[in-house]
Design a protein around this ligand. Structure first.
Ligand code: UN1
Length: 498
C-alpha cells in the first residue's frame, strides 16, 4: 500500500490542503509514497510554530539540547538498516552507500551533541583594568533548510544537527525526489523528543516552499545545498533580507594522476570517485587529469574497469552502480553525453542509456568515459552523473592549471608519492577540500565541508567545528567591574603614562 504522508508542523503530522505528488523507486518505477505540495498558508503556519518554539529552545542549555541529539543518534543507529533501505529505494544509491548515508547522520548527530558542551568562545584581555572581554555564540532564530536528493538523510542531518545544537528551530524543505527519506528522518527526531515546533517538515515546490522560506521575514538563515543557478537565486533573495546564507553548490572535481602514482590505488580511487553514487555527489570525481607519461596505461585500465561494473538494482548487495535518481536526471546526463559526441570528444566507453529487461523500468546509464580536450564543455561543466572526462597534462603545473580552470571549487585530489607535488597541490588547488592519494569523495563529519568560487561564495562551512557558523552570530561582551567610567582608547593613554 502506498503510504500518504502529511506535513510535520508544530510536533504533529497534519493533513494538507495542497495537491499531492508521488515519490518513486528510480530502479523499478514503483510508487513509494505520496506527499503534499504545501500551500503558502501551511508554510507560514510552520514558520509560526518554529518561531514560537525558538523562544524556548534557545533558552534550553546547549548540553541539554545535546542530549536530545544523542538520543536521536541512538535511534538512527538502531534503525540504520531500515533507513538505509529507504535511502536506496528512494534515491537509487547502492545499499552499501545507503548505509553510509545513514552512518553519516549518526556520526554528525553524535559530533553535534558533543558540541553542546563546547561551543567555545574567547576571553580576550581588556586594555583597561578591572574589565573583562569575551565572546559567545547566539542562535540566529528560526532557520530554513533546503536539501537535495543525493544525500537524502546525511545532508538534512548536517544542517539540522548544527541548527539544533546552536539553538535554532527549523523548517526543512527536502527535494521532491526524496521526501520519504526526509519524513523518516523527521520521525526519528520526533521519537527522540524534540519539543513541538523545533522540528518542522514542509514538502512542496521550490517556488512556494523554497522561495517562501527564504523570503519569510521570520526566517533568519537559510542553508541550501543544490545547483549553482538555484543557489544564486537563494543568495540574492537572502541578501535582500540581510540574513545568513550557507550555500553548498556544484563541483567539477579533479583527480590529478602524477606519473609516479601507485596505479592500482589510483584506479580504485577513480572508480569509486567517478562512479560511486552513479556520479551524483557534489564531490564526485568528474575529471581525471593524467600526466602524459602514464596516460595510455591509465585510459586502458579505466575502460577495462568501467566495463566490468555491475549495473542493476541498488538494493542487491552485488550491484556496483544503481540508476540515476530520476527521469530528468537521466535526460540531463544523456544530453551531456550527446554534447560530448557532438563536440568530438572521444567516447572511450559507455555513453548510452541501458535498456532491455529490468533496465527499462528504471533510469540506468552505462558508466561513461570520454577523452576530452581542456576547453570542451565536458571538461568544464558539472554533469552529476556517471560520466568521467579524462584530460592529458604535460606536467604538474599544467595539471594544476587544468584543475583550476573551472568555475567550481569543492573537492580535489592528487595521486603521487612525491611529497613536493603533494604539498604544492594542497596549497595550489583552488578547492575547499584536497585529498592526497584518495578520491574526491568521502568527507568525514568532524571536518569542515564546503568550497570556494561558485561552489560557495560565502565563508560558511558545514560539519566540523565550523558547522555552527551558519546558525549563530557572535556576541562580544564587555564587563567593567572598576566601578567608574573607563574610556577605551582615551583613558588608556593616562594608564600608559602613569
Ligand atoms: C554531497 O555530495 O553533497 O564527501 C555530499 C562525500 C560525502 C558527502 C557528499 N561524505 O562524498
Amino acid at each position: 500500500m502506498v503510504q500518504e504522508y502529511g506535513l510535520f508542523i508544530g510536533g504533529k503530522w497534519r493533513k494538507s490542503e495542497g495537491k499531492r505528488f508521488e515519490t518513486h523507486n528510480p530502479a523499478t518505477g514503483e510508487t513509494l509514497a505520496t506527499f503534499p505540495l504545501a500551500t503558502k498558508e501551511e508554510l507560514n503556519e510552520s514558520v509560526r510554530h518554529a518561531k514560537g518554539a525558538f523562544e524556548r529552545w534557545k533558552k534550553t542549555p546547549a548540553p541539554r539540547r545535546g542530549e536530545l541529539l544523542l538520543e536521536a543518534a541512538r535511534i538512527f543507529r538502531r534503525k540504520k538498516e531500515e533507513l538505509a533501505r529507504t535511502v536506496t529505494t528512494e534515491m537509487g544509491k547502492v545499499i552499501a552507500e545507503g548505509r553510509g548515508d545513514v552512518q553519516e547522520v549518526i556520526d554528525f548527530y553524535e559530533y553535534a551533541a558533543g558540541e553542546g558542551r563546547r561551543m567555545f568562545g574567547e576571553t580576550v584581555p581588556s586594555e583597561l583594568p578591572n574589565k573583562m572581554c569575551l565572546t559567545t555564540r547566539l542562535p540566529v532564530g528560526p532557520v530554513g533548510l533546503i536539501t537535495p536528493w543525493n544525500f537524502p538523510m546525511a545532508i538534512p542531518a548536517w544542517k539540522s544537527g548544527a541548527a539544533l545544537i546552536a539553538g535554532c528551530s527549523f523548517v526543512l524543505k527536502p527535494s521532491s525526489l526524496t521526501p520519504l527519506c526526509a519524513a523518516r528522518f523527521v520521525e526519528v527526531l520526533d521519537e527522540a523528543g524534540f519539543p513541538a515546533g523545533v522540528v518542522n517538515l514542509v514538502t512542496g515546490t521550490g517556488s512556494v516552499v523554497g522561495d517562501g522560506l527564504v523570503a519569510h521575514p521570520d526566517i533568519r538563515a537559510i542553508s541550501f545545498t543544490g545547483g549553482v543557478d538555484t543557489g544564486k537565486h537563494v543568495y540574492e533573495s537572502a541578501a535582500k533580507k540581510m540574513i545568513k546564507v550557507g550555500l553548498e553548490l556544484g563541483g567539477k572535481n579533479p583527480i590529478i594522476a602524477m606519473d609516479d602514482a601507485n596505479l592500482e590505488l589510483l584506479m580504485d580511487g577513480v572508480m569509486f570517485g567517478a562512479f560511486g553514487t552513479a556520479g551524483q555527489r557534489c564531490t564526485a570525481a568528474s575529471r581525471l587529469i593524467v600526466h602524459q607519461k602514464i596516460y595510455d596505461d591509465v585510459v586502458d585500465e579505466l575502460v577495462e574497469r568501467a566495463e566490468k561494473l555491475r549495473i542493476g538494482n541498488p538494493i542487491d548487495e552485488k550491484t556496483d552502480m544503481g540508476p540515476v535518481a530520476s527521469a530528468d536526471q537521466q535526460k540531463k546526463v544523456l544530453e551531456y553525453i550527446d554534447i560530448g559526441k557532438k563536440e568530438d570528444d572521444k567516447l572511450l566507453t559507455g555513453g548510452a542509456k541501458l535498456t532491455g529487461g529490468s533496465y527499462d523500468r528504471g533510469f540506468f546509464i552505462s558508466p561513461t568515459v570520454f577523452a576530452v580536450d581542456r576547453k570542451k564543455r565536458l571538461a568544464l561543466e558539472e554533469i552529476f552523473g556517471p560520466v568521467l572526462s579524462v584530460l592529458k597534462a604535460k606536467d604538474y603545473e599544467d595539471a594544476v592549471a587544468i584543475a583550476n580552470s573551472v568555475k567550481y571549487g569543492l573537492s580535489s585530489s592528487i595521486y603521487t608519492n612525491d611529497l613536493r607535488w603533494a604539498f604544492r597541490a594542497m596549497h595550489e588547488l583552488e578547492a575547499g577540500i584536497t585529498y592526497v592519494n584518495a578520491p574526491t569523495i568521502g568527507a568525514e563529519v568532524q571536518l569542515p565541508f564546503g568550497g570556494t568560487k561558485e561552489t560557495g561564495p560565502t565563508d560558511t562551512r558545514e560539519a566540523g567545528s565550523t558547522a555552527l557558523e551558519e546558525f549563530t552570530y557572535w556576541k562580544t561582551v564587555y564587563v567593567d567591574y572598576s566601578g567608574r567610567l573607563q574610556r577605551a582608547q582615551i583613558d588608556t593613554e593616562k594608564l600608559a603614562g602613569s
